[in-house]
Design a protein around this ligand. Structure first.
Ligand SMILES: NC(=O)c1ccc[n+]([C@@H]2O[C@H](COP(=O)([O-])OP(=O)(O)OC[C@H]3O[C@@H](n4cnc5c(N)ncnc54)[C@H](OP(=O)(O)O)[C@@H]3O)[C@@H](O)[C@H]2O)c1
Length: 378
């Protein structure tokens, strides 16, 4: 008998597969692989091959009756399927079946859709953790960890660098394109979030030894939107950079311009080009999450650089998700119900320690000097 039952919806997707493998390795839960194509679920169950621990079950996020049948008896549902328009079905099924919920989805509409059902979640006493993974997910926890390392944290910025190398399908690139064209470049200073223009928003960030110093552009991320006010920061920004300059350029200027003419115009060509460049050019694989911060009373110096660097970013996402799933199953979040963004919910120090124990350390480097002036987007 396994003490916990976990359902992974979207199990044969790239994030889903990684979550399932890490769950198998680092928990003793019984795992049900869920999705729309039973033959793919069964071949994944065979590939990860733990008889008695892994089963396959049809579940379509857009078909409520399939979810109610699938989730019955589960403790935790982990949604890794890109089924953003079906969040209400998935969350209602979790409430009805009495399970907690996690997702790895990045967009704000998911959080808003979940919040609509908050009263029902509260009544049912169920916990809904959204924006789980490395970034979003661990990134906000790293900023909070940095906050704890100063008596007064003044400035911080977080950046995610990632490579297209490990992406398998162009639909995943479309997902990223959609995120970029719908997102607004924002930075926080003088007590408020300000919109940046395309010409003034690029900064250079030290993304660690593999990715090096890279141009990065700011995003508006719901995960970190509340942090500057909550942590009383003077300035803050949440940046992203890919491993390839062309991809960044395409992602920003070309995509934005084309999108104004017609949604999805040129995406097939740009996605194919981005994937081809990632495979043919020698860019580092995987990804990095970086926090740069300075303030007063730092425990190791005047400014701090935090780095999580993973050569397989999908494995890294799986490890981050499983760290929080394990905390949930161990009742660490007892008393917490309703919708919570992972990076705000978790204890940052414990979560970084748990992640390090799974082989993903957060490297901490202190400097005696403050961050250079002008480091923040103007
Ligand atoms: N937080 C982070 O750090 C982080 C990092 C990477 C990715 N992500 C996010 O994680 C999500 C998954 O990414 P991915 O790269 O794994 O994508 P993926 O490989 O395309 O996998 C998505 C899976 O969702 C399934 N799916 C779609 N609609 C479904 C439905 N109605 N019911 C059941 N399954 C459905 C698809 O299966 P079918 O064959 O049935 O269509 C597919 O296998 C994305 O939203 C991505 O943005 C988060």
């Amino acid at each position: 008998m396994h003490s916990n039952k976990v359902f992974v919806l979207g199990a044969y997707g790239q994030v889903g597969r990684s979550v399932c493998r890490v769950l198998l390795e680092h928990t003793d839960a019984a795992i049900t692989l869920g999705g729309r194509r039973i033959e793919k679920l069964e071949s994944l169950a065979q590939a990860i091959n733990k008889p008695g621990r892994v089963t396959a079950c049809f579940a379509d996020a857009c078909q409520p009756e399939s979810l109610n049948a699938a989730f019955r008896g589960m403790d935790l549902v982990i949604l890794t399927a890109t089924a953003r328009n079906c969040i209400e079905h998935v969350s209602r099924a979790c409430i009805e079946c009495g399970c907690d919920y996690m997702d790895t989805l990045e967009t704000e509409d998911v959080v808003l859709a979940l919040r609509k059902l908050e009263p029902e979640m509260q009544r049912a006493g169920r916990l809904f953790m959204t924006q789980c993974g490395l970034s979003p997910g661990v990134s906000a926890a790293m900023v909070r960890h940095a906050h704890g390392a100063f008596s007064r944290l003044r400035r911080a910025r977080v950046a995610t660098a990632f490579s297209f190398q490990t992406i398998e399908r162009k639909e995943q690139v479309y997902d990223l394109f959609e995120f970029v064209v719908k997102n607004k470049p924002m930075v926080y200073r003088d007590g408020e979030w300000r919109r940046q223009s395309l010409s003034e928003d690029c900064v250079v960030i030290d993304c660690g030894p593999r990715f090096g110093r890279r141009h990065a552009f700011p995003l508006d991320m719901i995960e970190t939107r509340g942090l500057p006010a909550a942590l009383n920061l003077e300035s803050f920004g949440h940046y992203v950079t890919s491993a390839n300059r062309f991809v960044d350029l395409a992602a920003r200027r070309l995509l934005t311009t084309l999108y104004r003419i017609k949604p999805r115009l040129g995406w097939a060509v740009l996605a194919a080009l981005s994937l081809w460049l990632a495979k043919t050019q020698r860019e580092p694989c995987g990804g990095a999450v970086v926090v740069e911060a300075d303030g007063d009373g730092g425990r190791g110096g005047r400014s701090l650089h935090l780095l999580i660097d993973v050569e397989d970013n999908y494995l890294g996402v799986g490890q981050a998700v499983v760290v929080v799933a394990r905390q949930c199953l161990a009742d660490v979040f007892r008393g917490k119900v309703g919708v919570h963004i992972m990076g705000e919910l978790v204890d940052p120090d414990r979560t970084l320690a748990d992640l390090a124990a799974l082989g993903v350390p957060c490297r901490e480097a202190w400097r005696t000097t403050p961050l250079a002036d002008g480091w923040q987007a103007r």
